[in-house]
Structure formats: structure tokens, C-alpha cells
Design a protein around this ligand. Structure first.
Ligand code: AMP
Length: 409
């Protein structure tokens, strides 16, 4: 049952209770196996593994990340469902890390120094970076001789100019405490930026582009000549457009009001802004766009309001970023909602004619290989470009490990 092409790059995305993995061939054209281990350290842990065109699910105790890594390797080398004979066939590992602060401006080959610097970034992403680090430590234990690379969600946005990333707060908070706009979903934006340029047949360094990464999390990103110049998510992960359960932009004054007038604790307010707001908070029904759209069709007024708000907030960012860029060559939709909801794309683009965007409703319903959803006459291209963060991690991992090998030779 072993795959014919030899897989070499293992991409790992380690969360607090999940481990996602993908195995790529050398040419990065084929994903030979992928999997998701969920509910690590909880009841009902599951190991889902897909290879050879079928999916295998096993419910088994996975008390910690070490067990999760062992389960992943067992699956990968299993004579029936595996794709390699021995784990030594893995020649490089790529890891996702959420926060690289202003320390990491690009992906890095992992060594002890990189790990120490990544640990220094933990206070900036206390929920995300620790599990990312656990993944790196476990992978290094299990594959000590295999080069490993870390790719940061924040790194792509490190090109934002100072006037876009400094908040108008006392300057010492920036200079001494690193409080600034960082931005997230950078790995997705970088992949989509390059891919959109390829699909347009134009060099990436000649394009002004706004990318709408519309998924459970939402990032709108302004990109000039391949460099991120502004992005909607800032310091933590809830500013910008409303998301599945996160509020997006609100006046910070409301935090004081909720605390002083309604007696809510800071913890209550934080939980509300992160977990009970956004699509869920407004609709009262769901954080899932599909469900909100279905219920709106069925007459649910609050669902309709949530959809209008989502479209309006996104459109406002597109307009402001077109102004920040001083023009726009391409508007690109990606991620779960951006790729799959023609009706949300149409709502967002409704009033964007002033930017030279004219949507072709047939193409919007079923975008072709060129991703175009705008008419031929449209001055600005509107496109749908599927994101692939894992592929971007695999590309960086291959590039950096080959460079390191060449330097050592
Ligand atoms: P992501 O975080 O990129 O996986 O995106 C998740 C979001 O995409 C959820 O809100 C889903 O409801 C939404 N989504 C996925 N497929 C569709 C679809 N066909 N129509 C509308 N929304 C979708």
C-alpha cells in the first residue's frame, strides 16, 4: 500500500488540543498523507488520518502532545494506512508558529537560539505560542537529525511602515513593551498574494492588492509590490472585521462602561469579545457563516443583520486600504467564507464600482481556473484564490533546508 512517490516534508500545526499534519513529496506537488489529532488531553481524543484516497479514524486516549506525535508517526509508517516505511524518510519538518513578534521577520531554521527567542514571544500570544513550542520540542525529540523550520503568522506583516504599525499611545509602550500592530494570517496572505499575481500573469512586485481572508478569523490586508503595508488584526486577534465569535473593531471606551456600569469583570469582557460576539453574538444563532446565511434566507432578521454588518465592515476596510495604497489592481477573496460564499462576495462588492470593480455574477457563482469574478471590462480585477498555508510552510521549509544544506556542503 505504500505511495509511489517518496514523501519528504512534514508540515506540523500544533494547537493546544490539536495536532494537524501533512506530508509532501519533494516537488511539493502531492500531499501523500494528512491528519488531525483532536482533543489532546481531553476525553474522546480522535486520530484522523487520510491517505491513499481514504480516511481512517481511530478514537483512542491521547493524554498529551508526546502521545499525539507518536500516534502521528504510527499512522505515517503503518503498513496499511501509512505512506512511508520508516520515519527516517522525512527529510525536513516545517512548523507553524502564530507569533514571532518583531523578532522574526521571516521563516527560520530552528536551533536552540530560535527556540529561546520564540519563548520570549510567549507573553504576546499566551494561548497560541506555547502549543507551537511543544510541537517543535516534540518533533526535535522524535526526529533529532532532521532539519526543522518555523514559519510565523506575523512575519509577513513586519514590512508595515511605522506610521501603520505604531498605535497612538504613549510611545514607551511601543519602544519598551513592544505594543504595536503585528497582524496575523500572514502565511495565508503571502501565499495568496503570490498565487493571485501568478493567476493574473503579472509580477507580484508591481501590484497593489487587498486580500480579504474571510474565515472563522478575518484579516483584511493591504499589499503593495508583494509587501504587507497594513492589516486589520492588530495586537491581539480581535480587531478589524467581525469574525465567527470575535467582535472586530469596537470603541475601547465600551470596556470601561461594561466594567463600571454593568459590573462585568475584565475576564467576562474578554470572554465576551472573543467568544460570544461576531456572527454568533449578533445572530444569536451560530458562528458558522453557512448557518447564518441559511437562517437569513429563512427570514431570521438578526441573521440578515449579521450578514449586512459583515459585508459592510469588510467593504469599509477595502475602501480604506485602497486609499492607503493609493489605488488598487486586485481585490482577492480567500479562506472558508471568501472562497465559498458567492452571496457574501456579492454583498461586499455591491458598492465598489468607484474602485473600478464590476462583478460578473456568473463568474462569481462559479469562478474558473483564473479565479476571476469581475467582468472583462472591470478596471480592477476581483478574484477568488484558495489559500494553502501548509503549502506555504512546505515551500519555506524546502527552500531554507536546501539553502542550509548547500551552505554546509
Ligand atoms: P475557515 O476558518 O477558513 O475554515 O472558514 C470557516 C468559515 O467558512 C465558517 O464560517 C464557514 O461557515 C464558512 N464556510 C465554509 N464553506 C462555506 C460555504 N459554502 N458558504 C458559506 N460559508 C462557508
Amino acid at each position: 500500500m505504500l505511495a509511489e512517490c517518496s514523501p519528504v516534508i512534514l508540515v506540523i500545526n500544533c494547537g493546544s488540543s490539536t495536532l494537524k499534519y501533512q506530508l509532501y513529496t519533494t516537488d511539493l506537488k502531492v500531499v501523500t498523507a494528512k491528519g488531525l489529532i483532536s482533543k489532546i488531553g481531553e476525553d474522546g481524543s480522535r486520530v484522523e488520518h487520510a491517505a491513499h484516497g481514504s480516511k481512517h479514524v481511530r478514537v483512542m486516549p491521547v493524554p498529551d502532545h508526546h502521545t499525539a506525535f507518536t500516534a502521528m508517526i504510527d499512522r505515517l509508517i503503518d503498513p496499511e494506512v501509512g505512506v512511508i516505511k520508516d520515519i527516517s524518510e522525512v527529510t525536513a519538518v516545517g512548523h507553524r508558529a502564530v507569533h514571532g513578534a518583531d523578532t522574526f521577520v521571516k521563516s527560520s531554521v530552528i536551533n536552540d537560539e530560535v527556540i529561546a527567542k520564540l519563548e520570549e514571544c510567549v507573553p504576546l500570544a499566551p494561548l497560541h505560542n506555547p502549543p507551537n513550542l511543544v510541537g517543535i520540542v516534540e518533533a526535535r525529540k522524535l526526529l533529532p537529525d532532521v532539519p526543522q523550520v518555523v514559519v510565523f503568522d506575523t512575519a509577513f506583516h513586519q514590512t508595515m511602515p511605522e506610521y501603520a504599525h505604531v498605535y497612538a499611545l504613549p510611545y514607551e509602550l511601543y519602544s519598551e513593551h513592544r505594543i504595536r500592530r503585528y497582524g496575523f494570517h500572514g502565511t495565508s496572505c503571502r501565499f495568496v498574494n503570490q498565487r493571485a499575481a501568478d493567476m493574473l500573469g503579472r509580477p507580484v512586485d508591481e501590484l497593489k492588492m487587498v486580500i480579504c481572508h474571510l474565515g472563522n478569523g478575518v484579516t483584511i490586508d493591504a499589499i503593495e509590490n508583494g509587501r504587507s503595508v497594513d492589516t486589520s488584526i492588530g495586537f491581539a486577534t480581535f480587531s478589524g472585521v467581525m469574525m465567527g465569535t470575535r467582535s472586530g473593531d469596537v470603541d475601547p471606551g465600551l470596556i470601561f462602561y461594561l466594567n463600571k456600569q454593568l459590573g462585568m469583570s475584565l475576564g467576562d469582557i474578554e470572554a465576551m469579545l472573543y467568544k460570544r460576539s461576531g456572527l454568533l453574538g449578533v445572530s444569536g444563532i451560530s458562528n458558522d457563516m453557512r448557518e447564518v446565511e441559511e437562517r437569513a434566507e429563512g427570514g431570521c432578521e438578526r441573521c440578515e443583520l449579521a450578514l449586512e454588518m459583515f459585508a459592510y465592515m469588510t467593504r469599509k476596510y477595502i475602501g480604506s486600504y485602497a486609499a492607503a495604497l493609493g489605488g488598487l489592481d486586485a481585490l482577492v477573496f480567500t479562506a472558508g467564507i471568501g472562497e465559498n460564499s458567492p452571496s457574501m462576495r456579492a454583498r461586499i462588492c455591491e458598492k465598489l464600482g468607484f474602485l473600478g470593480i464590476a462583478i460578473d455574477s456568473d463568474a462569481n457563482e462559479a469562478p474558473g481556473d483564473d479565479g476571476r469574478i469581475s467582468t472583462r471590462a472591470s478596471r480592477t480585477a476581483a478574484m477568488v484564490v484558495p489559500t494553502d498555508e501548509e503549502k506555504m510552510i512546505a515551500i519555506d521549509t524546502l527552500r531554507l533546508t536546501e539553502k542550509a544544506r548547500a551552505a554546509a556542503a
